[in-house]
Design a protein around this ligand. Sequence first.
Ligand code: HEC
Length: 461
Amino acid sequence: MRQCLSPEHPSVLSLPFATLAVLFAGGPAVAVTGDPDPAVTFAKDVAPILQQSCQVCHQVGAIGPMSLMTYEEVRPWADLIRIQVESRAMPPYHYDTGVGIQKLKHDSRLSDDEIRTISSWVAQGAVMGNPADLPPPVEFPKAGVFRLAEEFGEPDVIVRSTPYTVPANGQDLWWQPTVEVEGIPRDRCIRAIETKPSVKGRAVAHHANSVWMVPAAPGDSGSVNGYVRQGRLSEYALGKLGEVVPGDACRLAPADARVTWDIHYYPAGEEVIDDQVEIGIWLYPENFNPESLYSQTLASYGLQGGDFDIPPHGKLMTQGFHAFDHPVRIDSFQPHGHLRLVGKSLEIFNPQTGRRELISQVSNWNPGWHLSHIFEDDVAPLMPAGAVMVLTAWYDNTENNRFNPDPDQWVGTGNRTGDEMSHAWIAITHLDQAGYERLLAEREAKNPAPVPASRFRAAAN
Ligand code: HEC
């Protein structure tokens, strides 16, 4: 966090927008200059990187547009691969390097060394090398399976939306069925959640949000068919993997509940018959007592920047603020936006110290990939009561934004793909003062120096 407050790195908010656009245009790229490393070959150096970071999507039947399994398949794409990895467009994990918290769970970014290896290989003519150096092939999960199953096994509970047919062409569509949930007869704590569109529906299921509905108690207002809303189950948008809850927090799976979906479909040129979206839920063991743990919520906490209009060929920056009256830990950050969003950052401002710290920034936003950036347990920011989360979003409605379908349009806030949004999905563990002090002390014991001047202690990465 110190970077953000030092004179060489003036804080984001004090800069005029024009400067921001320059500062954040694409994030730091790794370029190879001078003599490239002499003997970089596909067999020895590049194939292991592709196995590890690319092939899960780039094989026949997976979501990538081409297969990158063999030298013959990879060679024609070498130049484009170099461009995509140097700009950090691939693998698709869009998150700024060098600023904010860098220790993240499920972080699929390439290291600078790996990017240099690929660049040198292409610069030297993209040779095969000695086939005897090739690593043995890797076994991948089949298309359409839960990706978190690799880590946690099959989900304990699967919630399916009611079938819905998406036409080949037309406008945005919303599908909001309520379904029963089997297999949770008493309150449980969630370990992980993954929302998974079907293989055929992946291109049309843009968002799929889900909320818990629990049996209404006498006198509850807002009851629908005897059930009332109780918190969010999950949030999914194109390209997202899932959510993992830290072991000291309880994200509640309430007993005897139903789930109400809010699925946003967008026709993509081919009819998809009877599409169903699935949520896999992994539970902590039954003896995890929800009441003895701090609760975790996933919400947007009113952080969006209000109503706005972006003029044709114009730019805009919005900000939203939120403070809690108790200490909290921020467990994850997932920016949300559509086609004119360019970047988003999350900061913490502490009015007691006057300091502001950058937590996370995504300045190479890509609307095809919505990722939840989950902080490693020992660096998830701890926020004292009264500190303010500051969410900044910036938009580019000019022709310079490569995702902009039409710079001549006014763009307002709204749910349609051509409208814009300014919120983020943030997982928060709600602490009390004792829990907050304990976590601070634990981190200090693990990492005694240097003691940060502020009280956030998130800077330990
Ligand atoms: C999570 C899945 C995923 C992973 C991992 C992934 N890709 Fe991709 N890749 C895609 C998809 C999907 C596209 C199509 C464009 C898009 O949706 O962003 C794509 C597009 C590309 C393109 C551009 C193709 C074109 O015609 O423009 C290149 C090159 C590429 N990927 C290379 C790589 C390399 C190299 C890696 C690993 C270092 C990698 N990808 C990792 C899913 C993935």
